[in-house]
Design a protein around this ligand. Sequence first.
Ligand code: FES
Length: 124
Amino acid sequence: MTTTITICDTCKLQGWDAETQSQTDGERLASQIEKAAEGVGSVQTRRHSCLMGCSHGCNVAIQSDGKLTYVMGNFEPSSDAAEGIVKYASKHAESEIGQVPFREWPQAIKGHFVSRIPTLSSSK
Ligand code: FES
Protein backbone atom coordinates (compact mmCIF):
# COMPACT_ATOMS: atom_id res chain seq x y z
CA MET A 1 0.00 0.00 0.00
CA THR A 2 1.21 3.50 -0.82
CA THR A 3 2.33 5.89 1.90
CA THR A 4 1.82 9.61 1.36
CA ILE A 5 4.21 12.29 2.59
CA THR A 6 2.30 15.51 3.17
CA ILE A 7 4.76 18.40 3.17
CA CYS A 8 3.98 21.83 4.57
CA ASP A 9 4.97 24.26 1.84
CA THR A 10 4.54 27.40 3.94
CA CYS A 11 6.97 26.61 6.77
CA LYS A 12 9.59 29.30 7.34
CA LEU A 13 12.57 28.79 9.60
CA GLN A 14 13.86 31.51 11.89
CA GLY A 15 15.57 34.16 9.83
CA TRP A 16 13.57 33.53 6.67
CA ASP A 17 13.33 36.78 4.73
CA ALA A 18 10.74 37.44 2.02
CA GLU A 19 12.94 40.19 0.61
CA THR A 20 15.83 37.86 -0.18
CA GLN A 21 14.30 34.38 -0.50
CA SER A 22 11.99 33.47 -3.35
CA GLN A 23 10.85 30.19 -1.79
CA THR A 24 9.76 29.27 1.70
CA ASP A 25 11.83 26.68 3.56
CA GLY A 26 8.83 24.36 3.24
CA GLU A 27 8.84 24.74 -0.55
CA ARG A 28 12.55 23.96 -0.60
CA LEU A 29 12.07 20.84 1.54
CA ALA A 30 9.10 19.79 -0.62
CA SER A 31 11.23 20.00 -3.76
CA GLN A 32 13.96 17.91 -2.11
CA ILE A 33 11.44 15.29 -0.95
CA GLU A 34 9.76 15.14 -4.37
CA LYS A 35 13.15 14.59 -5.96
CA ALA A 36 14.10 11.89 -3.43
CA ALA A 37 10.75 10.12 -3.96
CA GLU A 38 11.13 9.90 -7.74
CA GLY A 39 11.00 6.25 -8.72
CA VAL A 40 9.99 5.07 -5.23
CA GLY A 41 6.75 3.30 -6.13
CA SER A 42 5.45 2.87 -2.60
CA VAL A 43 5.69 6.58 -1.75
CA GLN A 44 3.75 9.55 -3.06
CA THR A 45 4.01 13.19 -2.07
CA ARG A 46 1.70 16.14 -1.82
CA ARG A 47 2.04 19.69 -0.61
CA HIS A 48 -0.25 21.38 1.89
CA SER A 49 -0.12 24.89 3.27
CA CYS A 50 0.33 24.77 7.06
CA LEU A 51 0.08 21.66 9.20
CA MET A 52 -0.29 23.92 12.28
CA GLY A 53 3.19 23.22 13.57
CA CYS A 54 4.59 26.57 12.46
CA SER A 55 6.83 27.06 15.51
CA HIS A 56 8.77 23.87 14.74
CA GLY A 57 9.01 23.71 10.95
CA CYS A 58 9.70 22.33 8.54
CA ASN A 59 6.91 19.81 9.02
CA VAL A 60 5.73 16.68 7.24
CA ALA A 61 3.11 13.99 7.89
CA ILE A 62 3.46 10.32 6.95
CA GLN A 63 0.07 8.76 6.22
CA SER A 64 -1.65 5.75 4.72
CA ASP A 65 -5.20 4.41 4.96
CA GLY A 66 -5.65 2.14 7.95
CA LYS A 67 -2.17 2.82 9.35
CA LEU A 68 -0.59 4.92 12.07
CA THR A 69 0.08 8.52 11.04
CA TYR A 70 3.31 10.22 12.10
CA VAL A 71 3.93 13.96 12.15
CA MET A 72 7.54 15.12 12.12
CA GLY A 73 9.06 18.58 12.35
CA ASN A 74 12.19 20.64 12.95
CA PHE A 75 13.64 19.73 9.57
CA GLU A 76 16.07 21.83 7.58
CA PRO A 77 15.32 21.85 3.84
CA SER A 78 18.24 19.56 3.04
CA SER A 79 18.73 16.54 0.81
CA ASP A 80 19.76 14.49 3.88
CA ALA A 81 16.45 15.25 5.59
CA ALA A 82 14.50 14.58 2.40
CA GLU A 83 16.19 11.23 1.78
CA GLY A 84 15.61 10.16 5.39
CA ILE A 85 11.94 11.11 5.23
CA VAL A 86 11.42 9.19 1.98
CA LYS A 87 13.28 6.15 3.33
CA TYR A 88 11.14 6.20 6.47
CA ALA A 89 7.97 6.54 4.36
CA SER A 90 8.95 3.52 2.24
CA LYS A 91 9.36 1.46 5.42
CA HIS A 92 6.01 2.77 6.66
CA ALA A 93 4.53 1.52 3.37
CA GLU A 94 6.03 -1.94 3.92
CA SER A 95 4.57 -2.23 7.42
CA GLU A 96 1.07 -3.62 7.87
CA ILE A 97 0.20 -1.07 10.56
CA GLY A 98 2.68 1.67 9.68
CA GLN A 99 5.01 1.02 12.59
CA VAL A 100 8.70 1.04 11.67
CA PRO A 101 11.10 -0.62 14.13
CA PHE A 102 13.53 1.86 15.70
CA ARG A 103 16.54 -0.06 14.37
CA GLU A 104 15.31 0.73 10.82
CA TRP A 105 14.84 4.47 11.34
CA PRO A 106 17.08 6.55 9.10
CA GLN A 107 19.39 8.76 11.17
CA ALA A 108 17.95 11.90 9.57
CA ILE A 109 14.51 11.43 11.13
CA LYS A 110 15.62 10.63 14.67
CA GLY A 111 14.55 13.34 17.11
CA HIS A 112 12.03 14.80 14.66
CA PHE A 113 8.83 13.05 15.71
CA VAL A 114 6.08 15.40 16.89
CA SER A 115 3.10 13.06 17.20
CA ARG A 116 1.71 9.65 16.33
CA ILE A 117 -1.96 9.45 15.43
CA PRO A 118 -3.81 6.13 15.49
CA THR A 119 -6.04 5.03 12.65
CA LEU A 120 -9.77 5.56 12.97
CA SER A 121 -10.23 1.93 11.98
CA SER A 122 -11.09 -0.26 14.95
CA SER A 123 -9.53 -3.31 13.34
CA LYS A 124 -5.90 -2.13 13.71
S1 FES B 1 3.55 27.03 8.13
FE1 FES B 1 4.23 24.96 8.19
S2 FES B 1 3.10 24.16 9.83
FE2 FES B 1 2.35 26.19 9.69
